[in-house]
Write a protein that binds this ligand. Structure first.
Ligand code: ZN
Length: 149
């Protein structure tokens, strides 16, 4: 097993067991439901904005380890970022897991999210990894429901 996939396994397991920002935000400025029918992942993402800044972000729901770990790391990453920065990260993440961005050779701001580059080898898992990001993006655009199908 390569070092990156070992790190990937460990990180997924750890965040699945102990997801960060796994809670509701009462009276959130924005929220959206994300569904991945292929796997059965169903998440709700809550966003509180202060001007253009994501002041707080959290999620609730159920899903596989990858969808939960990805949501957990998504909330850690975008908290405190501007909407524009969050949207750029969404685009980079989406591009990475669908093969449009080579995180090793092309410039990006994904940081530790790069461990998800490994899902590219498991096409059925790409939607699990990107669900929370699609849902965040929908919430930021004022949409309430998003489905990966
Ligand atoms: Zn899943």
């Amino acid at each position: 097993m390569s070092e990156l996939s070992e790190l990937y396994q460990e990180t997924i397991l750890e965040h699945n067991k102990n997801p960060r920002n796994f809670r509701e935000i009462e009276d959130a400025d924005r929220s959206a439901d994300g569904n991945n029918p292929l796997c059965g992942d169903a998440l709700r993402v809550y966003v509180d904005l202060e001007g253009d800044v994501v002041k707080d972000v959290a999620f609730k729901g159920s899903g596989c380890a990858i969808s939960k770990a990805s949501a957990s790391m998504m909330t850690q990453t975008v908290k405190g970022k501007t909407k524009e920065e969050a949207e750029k990260l969404f685009e980079e993440f989406h591009s990475m897991v669908t093969g449009g961005l080579d995180v090793e050779t092309e410039e990006n701001d994904l940081g530790r999210l790069k461990i998800f580059a490994g899902v590219i080898e498991f096409p059925a898992r790409v939607k699990c990894a990107s669900l929370s990001w699609h849902t965040l993006n929908a919430a930021l655009h004022g949409e309430e429901v998003v489905s990966t199908e």
